[in-house]
Every structure is written in structure tokens, then in C-alpha cells.
Design a protein around this ligand. Structure first.
Ligand code: PMP
Length: 347
């Protein structure tokens, strides 16, 4: 019988609609010249599909470790960080223990916790969209969670939480996962703590730097912690094509990634400034490749109107604290122009 725990899961919402300008999923717009794509296609054509890939994804792990400035023995690769989130929910504590995370945040923390039979301890963010430390500590002392997730910067709010608040929560004896999916746009990290402490790990991903379709997530931890997670990892969790393509992207073609990331950081400022100058529009600070904005219009209506103009953004207005808010990912300059033009037209 399917367990009540699994029956209790609500279907995970993913954006099914498409548009000419898709700014709804925090992906990176990465233009690769045709000859680069051809070289990648040739590398894929050389893969022996009848063979299993390298179970340790050695070459990819080394390329990732080099890019993140850590030793490969401190790295565990996952089928996206989604898989690593689930591993952490399984690895830390016992069934029935609680998992803490401030909300709203990335939904997979709650889904994975529930999937593996852990309780969820969700504490709403304060009005400033930072961790409400008083309420969090009160709940943590009452429910004694074993594990905590912090999206840093937080998806969907875009801000990095106060580091001291995360540390205060860790001081309660909670194993802390710092999800740095948007690290390339914030530059802020808990890497040193992750490499030196038993109770802190960092998650990164290749998804936000142009490789979302490859499904490569990265866990960085002290060697002994990484070793434990590796023992439970499914043996061939990184597909052969993903290993081959990601290695090329992180080595020979990395300058394309760097250029696209730099463009996003530049464009983020331009786009946010442009929205700030629009009457009635409230813009929230962001250290990610997306940001939140609020308008006087109902968000679902505005989302529809933008879609009619060919621009897809994410409606997050159903989440606590985010009434009338939409989330927009930063695209290429011309995509951002199209978004601005559409927004000017519809509000
Ligand atoms: N963590 C956060 C905070 C995210 O926003 C996302 C993607 N939306 C992920 C993890 C998932 O990343 P991946 O594609 O590596 O599974």
C-alpha cells in the first residue's frame, strides 16, 4: 500500500506554459555559438550508450571541485541539488525528526522532508523577509528539529538571510544546509564552515549557470560528511551525456558561462532601477538572478497580461508575505527590454 505520508504530498507545481521570453524559472540565458554546440554534439556522439557512466563521475567531480576551489573528496554530485536535498533529509537524524526552514522558500525542502517521513517545521519570515529569529528559536526549542535548510539567497525572495541568525539556529544543535544555488550572483558563501564543521554543508548547482537541463547538483562538505552521503548515493546518478557536456562547459567553454553570469549581474541592476522608476511598483532587493516586485494590480492578472505580450514571469502572490508579488528572472538584455516594454504597456 502507498503510505499515507506519500498520499499526503501535494503535486509539485512547475510552470507548464511557455512563451517567447521565458523569465519564470531562474534559468540562465546562455548563447553558445553554433560551432560550440557542434563540438558538444560530437562529444555526445562518441558516448557508448550501451555502457554505464563512471559511477563516481570522476572527471566532472574534478572539474566542479576546481571551479569551486575545493578538494574533490569534499564533493558529492547529485541529479540536480534536488536529489541532494532528498539525500540530506534521509541522512540526517531519524524518521519522525523535524526539519526546519523559514517560509516562503524553495518547496523541495518540505516535499523531501515529507517524502522521507520527517516532520516539517516551517516558520514564516519576518516582514523584512529575513528570518524571524525570535519565533524561530521559540519553535526550535519546542520542536527540536534535527536539520535546517536555508536558501541563501532565498528563492523566491532574492535576499540573503542575516548570517548571524543562521549561526544562532545552528547553535541550537541543528545540522544546517546552506543552499547556495544562486551563489554565482551573490558571491556569499558558508564554504569555510562547510569544509571545517560536521554540522554544516553547502549545496551548489550547475542549473543556474546555464546547465539546468543537465541536472548536476553539488554538495560540499567536510570529507567525512561527504563520504557518508556518497555511500547512500545512487550509483549512476549523473548520466553519461551530463558528465560529458558539463565537463566541457566547466573547462573549455567556461568563458561563455562567466560572460552570461556577468551580463545577468549587470542587467539585474538595470532592470531593478527601471522598475523602481515606475509609479506604483515596489522592487525588493536581490542578490540572485531574479527579483520580486509588487504592483497595485492582482498578480495573476498582471502575469496573464504579460503573457499576452509574450513574456512569462512567475506568480508568487499566493505565498505568505508576498501578496501582489511577481518574480522575474533576469534574461538577456533583449529579453529584459521585452519584459520592460510589456510591463509599461500593461500597467
Ligand atoms: N535550490 C534552490 C534554492 C533553487 O531555487 C533550485 C531551483 N529552482 C534548486 C535548489 C534546484 O536546483 P537543481 O536544478 O540543481 O535541482
Amino acid at each position: 500500500m502507498i503510505s499515507a505520508r506519500i498520499k499526503g504530498l501535494s503535486p509539485y507545481k512547475t510552470e507548464k506554459r511557455s512563451a517567447k521570453v521565458k523569465l519564470s524559472s531562474n534559468e540562465l540565458s546562455l548563447d553558445l555559438p553554433a560551432e560550440v554546440k557542434e563540438e558538444i554534439a560530437r562529444a555526445v556522439a562518441r558516448i557508448p550508450f550501451n555502457r554505464y557512466p563512471d559511477p563516481q563521475a570522476t572527471e566532472l567531480k574534478e572539474a566542479v571541485a576546481l571551479r569551486f576551489g575545493v578538494d574533490p573528496s569534499c564533493v558529492v554530485l547529485g541529479n540536480g541539488s534536488d536529489e541532494l536535498i532528498q539525500y540530506l533529509c534521509m541522512a540526517v537524524g531519524e524518521s519522525g525528526d523535524a526539519v526546519f526552514y523559514p517560509v516562503p522558500t524553495f518547496p523541495m525542502y518540505g516535499i523531501s522532508a515529507q517524502t522521507v517521513g520527517k516532520e516539517r517545521l516551517e516558520v514564516p519570515l519576518g516582514e523584512d523577509l529575513d528570518i524571524d529569529l525570535d519565533s524561530s528559536l521559540k519553535e526550535i526549542r519546542r520542536r527540536k528539529p534535527i536539520l535546517a535548510f536555508f536558501s541563501y539567497p532565498n528563492n523566491p525572495t532574492g535576499n540573503c538571510f542575516d548570517k548571524n541568525k543562521i549561526t544562532a539556529i545552528r547553535n541550537e544543535g541543528v545540522f544546517c544546509v546552506i543552499d547556495e544555488a544562486y551563489y554565482h550572483f551573490s558571491g556569499k558563501t558558508f564554504l569555510e564552515e562547510a569544509l571545517s564543521r560536521e554540522d554544516t554543508v553547502v549545496l551548489r548547482t550547475l542549473s543556474k549557470i546555464g546547465m539546468a537541463g543537465l541536472r548536476v547538483g553539488v554538495l560540499i562538505a567536510r570529507q567525512d560528511v561527504a563520504d557518508y552521503i556518497n555511500r547512500m548515493r545512487l550509483p549512476f546518478n549523473i548520466t553519461y551525456p551530463s558528465q560529458v557536456i558539463a565537463v566541457l562547459m566547466l573547462t573549455k567553454f567556461y568563458h561563455f558561462v562567466e560572460e552570461a553570469v556577468n551580463t545577468v549581474k549587470r542587467e539585474r541592476d538595470r532592470l531593478m532601477d527601471a522598475l523602481r522608476s515606475m509609479k506604483g511598483v515596489e522592487v525588493f532587493p536581490s542578490e540572485a538572478n531574479f527579483f520580486l516586485f509588487r504592483t497595485p494590480l492582482p498578480a495573476p492578472l498582471l502575469q496573464e497580461k504579460l503573457l499576452e505580450e509574450g513574456v512569462l514571469v512567475r506568480d508568487v502572490s499566493y505565498l505568505p508575505r508576498l501578496e501582489r508579488c511577481l518574480r522575474v528572472s533576469i534574461g538577456k538584455p533583449e529579453e529584459n527590454d521585452a519584459f520592460l516594454e510589456a510591463l509599461h504597456k500593461v500597467i
